[in-house]
Design a protein around this ligand. Sequence first.
Ligand code: NAD
Length: 364
Amino acid sequence: MKGEGVTIAVFPGDGIGPEVVAEAVKILGVIEGARRVSFRLDYGPVGGAALDACGEPLPASSLKKALEARAVLLGAVGGPKWDGLDYALRPERALLGLRERLGLFANLRPVTVYEELIDASPLKGEVVRGTDILIVRELTGDLYFGTPRGIRTEGGRRVGVNTLIYTEEEIRRIAQVAFLAARRRRRRVTSVDKANVLESTQLWRDVVTETAASYPDVELDHMYVDNCAMQLVRDPRRFDVVLTTNMFGDILSDEGAMITGSIGMLPSASLGETHAMYEPIHGSAPDIAGRGTANPLAAILSVAMMCRHTLGWEEEARAVEGAVRRVLRDGLRTADLARPGERTVGTAEMGDAVAAALAASLGG
Ligand code: NAD
């Protein structure tokens, strides 16, 4: 028995969120059967679904479930129905509220180019083949949270201000996440900053270098963010773990996602000292919601990340990733992955196929 009942807060959210989360839950079911663990799934509304049910995007009851669970599995939030609401009431506030209240300071986004989907990348196959990057983005500091901030009037003209601030503790704890992650990979960290211009990122560079001394088995190099943006499209294979600030990570992770060509494939983890949240990086895709055509693989791969980062089950994480590769090798494609004229499968069929491949590999 691997665990005496692991509680997972499950927040399907809006649009295709419930559709893809249902497939991720199938995968949890296979792991449960094969490894005799017991998952207690604690469902709650967030986002637009919560606004409709109780008038707020992150009800106290859902936050309580998140705080009490080992991990949160989230689908996606948002949609045109709620677009006209005040900023404080928008479904997306649920994500910010969860990050803040759960103390989720580290955002991990793997950027994996699958051989079977190499044509989906906007870059040439020979450039992206074999790309396997983990972007580690700091999530609770930087210009996004620094004060003073705002727009004020000075001497009769408007002035906009934001503050780029990092403490050495904030830098050290995210650097530790990156070095530990590198140990499970190819043992290389590239720290990205703008130390030639911004003092706060000179501190970033200094503290990352100091932290590296505790991880002598991991190779560290530093790169300016403008160069990194260029190298990501010129030679993405040179990267293993990319460690960076909130703002630079926001931009570089979207660039990284585009290298793979398919948003429906990319999972993410947001980690704190005591809590964690796993979710596909895509949104609620209102344009295809309710049709049963969404790609569930990003949500399924988020379960693999949960196994790895919260539960410490590397074997199961690899088995889920292997099952995804298996169905892609077998030629299964949801509509977003298919080439013109190729046969497509729906959300549930894709989920069932991954579940069957996983059961075969775990011996369940
Ligand atoms: P989106 O990611 O929802 O969709 C962008 C495009 O990708 C759409 O054409 C969509 O059909 C497609 N797509 C996305 N996921 C897919 C999947 N799994 N399978 C197949 N196709 C997929 O981004 P958007 O359209 O800019 O935003 C829609 C709503 O989602 C907005 O309300 C936005 O605020 C919200 N959003 C939420 C999150 C989140 O919950 N983390 C993230 C981004 C956007």
